[in-house]
Design a protein around this ligand. Structure first.
Ligand code: C5P
Length: 221
């Protein structure tokens, strides 16, 4: 079974995807990581975020082990790291270079220890449209920019990062504009939508689980 969860930053996709992965024995691919990895390579090597050629080179060379190594860097999920990810994600050749790595994951879904999973779950912006257009179930999760910015602000605070809410809200709006302007980042026509502004993640989880269980029954027939 292949499931995709798309939507804007801090809508709750990651938490939901990780819980669903556990519940249904699925291997989880957080696709934002590929762009964060390329963005961080640019920052670590001192290149301008407008340097398409360098970003493309890092995208072509990216491997899973390198991505996991970079993810341990505190800048990987910082405000700066997010800005860099969004900048390189806007480059069509970078997206193209990272496509195969993301698609291959669903061909043989395995956990980090190499054991076989019962399928794959993706989260990102274009996983139901570009990465896995033939996924069995597609979700589109959203929430208002204010709610999402407050969630990110609290995450930064918990990590001890010094940011102000206004800056996080501005970046949330700027990233939405940047991320959703490009082709493929609109919700898939067959995606099931959830607005998490007024729903807790456990409420969303319960509703989504019911949909998946129903779908599983039709797949088993
Ligand atoms: O999901 P996350 O916030 O980690 O993603 C970081 C950035 O990577 C996003 O702001 C977006 O620009 C980009 N992204 C993308 N397509 C995806 C996943 C992430 O363009 N499928």
């Amino acid at each position: 079974m292949i499931i995709t969860i798309d939507g804007p930053a801090a809508a709750g996709k990651g938490t939901l995807a990780a819980s669903l992965a556990k519940e249904f024995n699925l291997a989880y691919f957080d696709t934002g990581m590929v762009y964060r990895a390329v963005g961080l390579e640019m920052l670590l090597n001192g290149y301008e975020l407008t340097d398409n050629e360098k970003a493309e080179k890092f995208a072509e060379q990216l491997t899973f082990p390198r991505m996991m190594e970079l993810s341990k860097n505190p800048e990987f999920r910082s405000l700066n790291g997010s800005r860099a990810a969004s900048a390189v994600a806007a480059m069509p050749k970078v997206r193209q270079a990272l496509l195969e790595m993301q698609q291959n994951f669903s061909h043989n879904p395995v956990f980090a220890d190499g054991s076989k999973a019962d399928g794959a779950i993706y989260d990102g912006r274009d996983t139901g449209t570009v990465i896995c257009p033939h996924a069995d179930i597609k979700f589109f999760i959203t929430a208002s920019p204010e709610v999402r910015a407050m969630r990110r602000f609290k995450e930064y605070q918990e990590k001890g990062q010094d940011v102000d809410y206004k800056e996080v809200l501005e970046q949330t709006i700027a990233r939405d504009k940047n991320d959703f302007a490009r082709a493929g980042s609109q919700p898939a026509a067959d995606a099931i939508h959830f607005d998490t502004s007024d729903l807790s993640i456990s409420e969303v989880f319960e509703q989504v689980c019911k949909i998946i269980v129903e779908k599983q029954k039709t797949l088993e027939k």
